[in-house]
Design a binder for this molecule. Sequence first.
Ligand SMILES: Nc1ncnc2c1ncn2[C@@H]1O[C@H](COP(=O)(O)OP(=O)(O)OP(=O)(O)O)[C@@H](O)[C@H]1O
Length: 240
Amino acid sequence: MNAVLEVRNLQSGYGDLRVVWDVSFDVHPGRVTALLGRNGAGKTSTLRAVAGLNRVMQGSVRFGGEDLAGVPPHQRVRRGIAYVQEGKRVFQRQTVEQNLLLGGYVRKGGRSALRAALDPVYAMFPILADKRAMPAGSLSGGQQQMLAIGSALMAEPSLLLLDEPSGGLAPVVVAEVMERVQLLKESGLAVLLVEQAVEAAMSVADHVTVLDIGKVVMDSPADEIDDLAVLRDAYFGRVD
Ligand SMILES: Nc1ncnc2c1ncn2[C@@H]1O[C@H](COP(=O)(O)OP(=O)(O)OP(=O)(O)O)[C@@H](O)[C@H]1O
């Protein structure tokens, strides 16, 4: 199947500061591309460029075959790109359901369509249905991460950008979050996953792109990486 997202020779950064120097990868429907690399490698900056929050200085970001140059962030959401930022961005005082409804604000079709969109999200995350009337701030860290993802899904995206969903969570909770990512990809969603937790990312990844200092240092189908030591070499450079 054709790639839904094609990033080619991307250069991007903050103001005039360039931190992404040459990054290319694809994301396909029903597949997870994992963007890995050590702190400061440029992973978040790359996601932000795809979401339209950082300027593309060179290269291109194409979504559904169209170049996104000049398309502002909110229109990218409308076109089907949802971005779950690092650090569980939920509205703490609003209920779970209010958070989800806010996530669907870009949808067309009025109130009834918005409410109907809740059903598949509750089916994917039954804990959110159980806690729908609770303030989001009363949820555990893992549940808040599920809520952040659920809110993004309310916009009915075809591409989900996930920035470090494992951040600050216990390993058993990370495994639960990754199980949901697995289900999402099986439902046909294209997922671009940024992670520090390599093993968690590898549990769902179909393709792996490793960045260092804003450049791709390794690019491989996940099933060709049978030894995580290979990834470690890509992270820290071979000494042999
Ligand atoms: N708002 C900003 N203004 C200027 N420079 C920034 C900004 N945010 C990040 N940077 C710099 O851009 C570089 C890449 O950071 P980025 O956050 O993309 O890396 P990362 O791979 O996502 O790492 P981490 O997991 O630590 O966030 C780093 O050198 C960082 O200091």
